[in-house]
Ligand binder design. Sequence first.
Ligand code: BES
Ligand code: MN
Ligand code: ZN
Length: 500
Amino acid sequence: MSISLNVATDRPHRAAADGLVIPVAAGREVLAKLPAAVVRQLVTESKKRDFTGAWASTALIDDVKGVAAGLVALVGVGKNEPLARQAEALRRGVSSVAQELRPQAAKQLVVTVPEVEQASQLAAAAAEGAWIGTYRFSAYSKKLGEQQRKQALRKVTLLVGKEAASETRSALRSASQALAGAELARDLVNRPANDMSPAHLLAVAKDIAKQSDRISLKTFNRAQAQQAGFSAYLAVAQGSETEPYVMHLTYEPEGRTAETKKVFLVGKGITFDSGGINLKPTGYIETMKADMGGAATVLGVFSVLAKVKPDVEVHGLIGACENMVSGKAYRPGDVIRAKNGKTIEIGNTDAEGRVTLADMLSYAAEHQPNAVIDLATLTGAAVVGLGENVAALFGNNDELKEQLEVASTATSEQLAALPMPPEYRPLIDSPIADVNNSGSVRWGGAITAALFLQEFAGDVPWVHLDIAGPAYHEAHYPPYNQKGATGFGVRLLLEYLKTT
Ligand code: BES
Ligand code: MN
Ligand code: ZN
């Protein structure tokens, strides 16, 4: 549900709202232009609550005299933190406040933005916290739907100095575009597999292409994918009755020249991963509707590209299918030939994502892009190593990896770079084919998966983000990372595209 984001230059104590958020630096330095009497009350009340202004801490204070808003929420931004950390403190703080105010059905929050040089970025982060933290998926329950309608925050107003107003307006416009894209991704991932088929992803892609004449779509059904040589992908798809679709979206920037960069975003699109003949056991299979998280991120990005208008030619590539068990399913021991000619021995039908991506990466490389970024809920090993809130970053190009790390710092979607030691490559050797799709030892599963993908990335700069943990959360990571789908990567990729 979209939240209206606004800019105002009023004095904070005069702003009428359900809640007024005021940032406070460590040492209880109130970062807002308020009457002295108001500041005195806030300092007294924050002492009572042991609130010191520590990074991302909050304190709620009722009935502050001389303040129009019903409640004041203090958010600590710490001391002398770099801008991105201050932004994250606001994202977190505003998110907790917005969630705490849900039971009383608060409709409007006003946030005082500290008067610093890049105030617009702090304003955007505060808005993000409110939006991300109050998202709920209620499409399948009348009761949850009504609750969400009743409790949803409608409006966030950011108070800034006059000189920052216009820059903040434009920062909020981009933030709300990115948030809408992330929300679409979350809705898609939360949707159960019985309603989230390759055909459903295709319908979303068609809808996106229809919205803008800068975006076009090329699709391949099973027969057309066969014609085009997507044999590895089709081996995974062959076990399912559900029609698979490859979709290739292209966004063409205005005034494209020969110098315009070309970037491929590739998303793993397994709409349900049963494991195939190597069937997943209870305890592992329950969340596998979320195995199209990479595809959802790519669609989330594309859904707003025509508005964000990056000066980059962007391609979105999704090979969508189900990984099912049936008489037609591919088998352990099968050898298949990928689009780039390399042969793959199937060691495990549950390592299906990399098999579909082998063809998608080969296809992307054929187009000789400046960069390929794939996003995939690829391995349980990445989740074991990094937990659910950090994605693994791999790649064959340090500059591209660094660009993503920079974007990650800005959006606070966390990445951890992992190595690809060449001595691990023999772990995916096959005695009869060019490569095996599963490692010969249990260890380093996220890395052997990345080494497998590298075989198909060609010699173009390539990054692989293993988002198996961050795309879909089994636990709540306070304050704003809810259980369920997160939309991980949408803000990150848009930030990357804007700055590349
Ligand atoms: N989709 C899974 C990975 C996954 C696990 C995503 C947990 C989200 C949460 C992937 O297709 C898979 O099954 N990987 C196997 C690979 C193994 C068979 C080599 C895994 O990680 O166990
Ligand atoms: Mn699998
Ligand atoms: Zn999978």
